[in-house]
Design a protein around this ligand. Structure first.
Ligand SMILES: [Zn+2]
Length: 203
């Protein structure tokens, strides 16, 4: 699942997810069976293409490990399926957000539709959807994507926890801007929302 989502992030929406088969984006050589084992293949080549030696990012491994870990925790009964769905969605759109400062609406919509089916609609969800619509139409200085993900989070967290998530992620975001000197480029905020949600889940 994590491996498939890696392909989605790599290709969607610009290219087809199904064709061509997995290949190196640099030398275009198709990957063999032993290149396709999640986590292990990437570790065995120290994150380099086996054919041309070009280094590729560790986020593939991170995503595969996150998906695997979530399945294990859910099957142990320690996490609900809807929470795992929202966390996995957060991981996927975080990677999109870091790469492009935006993410495809459809990716959010599929994960969130699944999460809605597994939980129930609530007023906060609709409120964040409305705010996302406003942010899309008017310059509110916050991305509509961040508000959409807050809508997803409202399916698993009560409003008090959501306020904590907004506080913690904002403080962490300000800290990142100052310490990494990111003042010139827009901050990808979804990773901070995911970080704050994971912190609350752990606590
Ligand atoms: Zn290559």
């Amino acid at each position: 699942m994590g491996s498939f989502l890696g392909v989605v992030i790599d290709r969607f929406p610009e290219r087809s997810i199904l064709f061509p088969a997995s290949h190196c984006n640099h030398c275009k050589r198709p990957l063999k069976a032993w290149d396709l084992i999640p986590i292990i293949s990437q570790l065995s080549t120290r994150s380099k293409c086996r054919y041309c030696g070009l280094k590729f990012s560790y986020w593939y491994l991170l995503l595969e490990a996150t998906a695997g870990l979530l399945v294990v925790i859910v099957s142990m009964g320690s996490l609900s399926l809807v929470t795992a769905c929202v966390v996995l969605a957060g991981t996927v759109i975080s990677i999109y957000d870091i790469k492009h400062r935006e993410y495809p609406f459809l990716v959010w919509a599929i994960f969130t539709a699944l999460a809605v089916l597994l939980s129930a609609l609530n007023l906060h969800f609709l409120l964040f959807l409305f705010l996302a619509y406003l942010a899309e139409k008017y310059p509110l200085r916050i991305g509509s994507g961040d508000l959409l993900y807050l809508a997803s989070l409202s399916l698993i967290f009560p409003i008090i926890d959501l306020l904590w998530i907004i506080q913690i992620s904002s403080v962490a975001g300000i800290f990142a801007i100052i310490s990494l000197n990111l003042r010139k480029s827009p901050l990808p905020f979804i990773p901070f929302l995911v970080f704050a949600s994971l912190l609350l889940l752990l606590l």
